[in-house]
Ligand binder design. Structure first.
Ligand SMILES: Nc1nc2c(ncn2[C@@H]2O[C@H](COP(=O)(O)OP(=O)(O)OP(=O)(O)O)[C@@H](O)[C@H]2O)c(=O)[nH]1
Ligand SMILES: [Mg+2]
Length: 381
């Protein structure tokens, strides 16, 4: 709670994908690029607390080392051993009235029952609950697997390598949960990663974006159908991201692996390309999409406030009591924002006034970000 009594809304983002797809890298690149994206808005996205700060710094150190070594194979960065929560604050100044963003990152091996350790069943259940409760479901997709599957044998192995049936099961759970929360904004973002060799807008020379888009739509058709059937109001976005940018695919290896579901293991090897500096592309689109969702949630909350003002207080109060989690906290937050516009500054303490002003500024900055256009890579499904 801030000195004004405004709750900091907590916005949950679930990140769903198999082992080594690039979940942790995607989270890290959104954070790493946020200072560039947010520059000029006065807003910062910063870790809330030491554990998140340490995780971010560790990943940056690993990334810097990988760039210097010039090698980016699948093992360049260590995989998760545990589920970890990235706890962040989107705020203006040292305000406590900001917006909390929580992202959950888990070891992708847990998605498949065959690779999930028995002792992690409970923890996996907690991850699934977090994902079901999330307003945004971020689904990283390994673009190299889709684009380098050139023979029918390789294509047959794609669902097993990308664990699309497991992704579909969790996405369906998420979509079904949306019917329990009809007033909450909901967004699925399909995020192809490792896209550097398929776009010509970030140092690459090949423009194969349309093929990637078509392949994602084909391979993830069941996921998309399930989301549409169970959560027709949910928005679905397609945002390809380069988390490294300065790399080029050197070769793709399909190694026969008899006895595994798809019959193949896949390995992509990358080399650096000049200039050898990490150049994240597409993280901005993800952040803009999140801001658009926040803005729409606030508008909805402000609309309810208007109804309240018009004398239908009972309905609005009941709504406030009913709503839980994110929407309830946005409702309170937006109520405070609206109240801040109405109240006479002289009636309030200085600390409360500063906090209210920050809340207003943050709301305006989030709106400004939400109004930014997406890059050319983005599609709405
Ligand atoms: N070229 C390229 N490599 C990437 C990209 N994103 C991730 N990688 C690489 O993919 C590997 C796996 O990335 P992680 O982010 O650790 O994958 P993860 O999904 O968190 O893996 P687990 O923690 O095991 O579930 C690392 O070696 C990354 O360098 C990308 O956009 N481009
Ligand atoms: Mg990871």
């Amino acid at each position: 709670m801030s000195p004004t009594g405004l709750s900091a809304p907590e916005f949950k983002i679930g990140v769903l994908g198999p082992s080594r797809v690039g979940k942790t890298s995607l989270i890290a690149s959104i954070l790493a690029d946020s200072s560039r994206i947010l520059s000029g808005t006065g807003v910062t996205l910063r870790p809330r607390g030491k554990p998140t700060e340490i995780r971010i710094m560790n990943r940056r150190t690993e990334l810097d080392g990988a760039v210097l070594s010039g090698r980016f194979n699948a093992g360049a960065l260590a995989g998760n051993k545990d589920a970890v929560r990235f706890d962040l604050a989107l705020e203006i100044g040292a305000s406590s009235a900001g917006i909390r963003l929580s992202l959950l990152d888990f070891p992708g091996g847990w998605l498949k029952a065959t690779t999930r350790p028995d002792e992690q069943e409970e923890e996996w259940l907690r991850c699934r609950t977090f994902m079901a409760e999330s307003s945004v479901l971020l689904i990283p997709i390994d673009a190299t697997v889709l684009m380098e599957a050139s023979s029918s044998r390789h294509r047959r192995a794609v669902p097993a390598i990308l664990t699309t049936p497991e992704v579909q099961a969790v996405a369906e759970e998420w979509a079904k949960e949306r019917t329990m929360r009809p007033e909450e904004p909901a967004l699925v973002i399909l995020t192809p990663v490792k896209c550097e060799s398929y776009f010509a807008d970030n140092g690459g020379t090949v423009a194969a974006g349309q093929i990637l888009l078509d392949t994602v739509q084909q391979v993830y058709a069941n996921v998309l159908d399930d989301v549409r059937a169970n959560a027709p109001e949910a928005q679905i976005l397609y945002c390809p991201v380069d988390t490294l940018g300065c790399v080029e695919l050197l070769n793709a290896e399909w190694e026969a692996s008899p006895g595994t579901p798809g019959g193949f293991d896949f390995k992509a090897k990358f080399g650096t390309r000049k200039p050898t500096r990490i150049s994240v592309h597409g993280a901005e689109d993800v952040l803009i999409a999140v801001c658009r969702l926040l803005t729409s949630a606030r508008r909805e909350a402000e609309r309810e406030e208007l109804i309240d003002l018009q004398g239908r207080a009972l309905r609005a109060e009941a709504l406030a009591r009913q709503k839980e989690g994110f929407v309830r906290s946005v409702w309170l937050w937006a109520n405070g924002t609206v109240a801040a516009r109405r109240l006479d500054a002289s009636e309030k303490s200085r600390a409360a006034e500063i906090s209210r002003q920050r809340t207003l500024l943050l709301a305006e900055a989030v709106d400004t970000l939400a109004n930014r256009g997406f890059s050319d890579r983005v599609r709405t499904f």
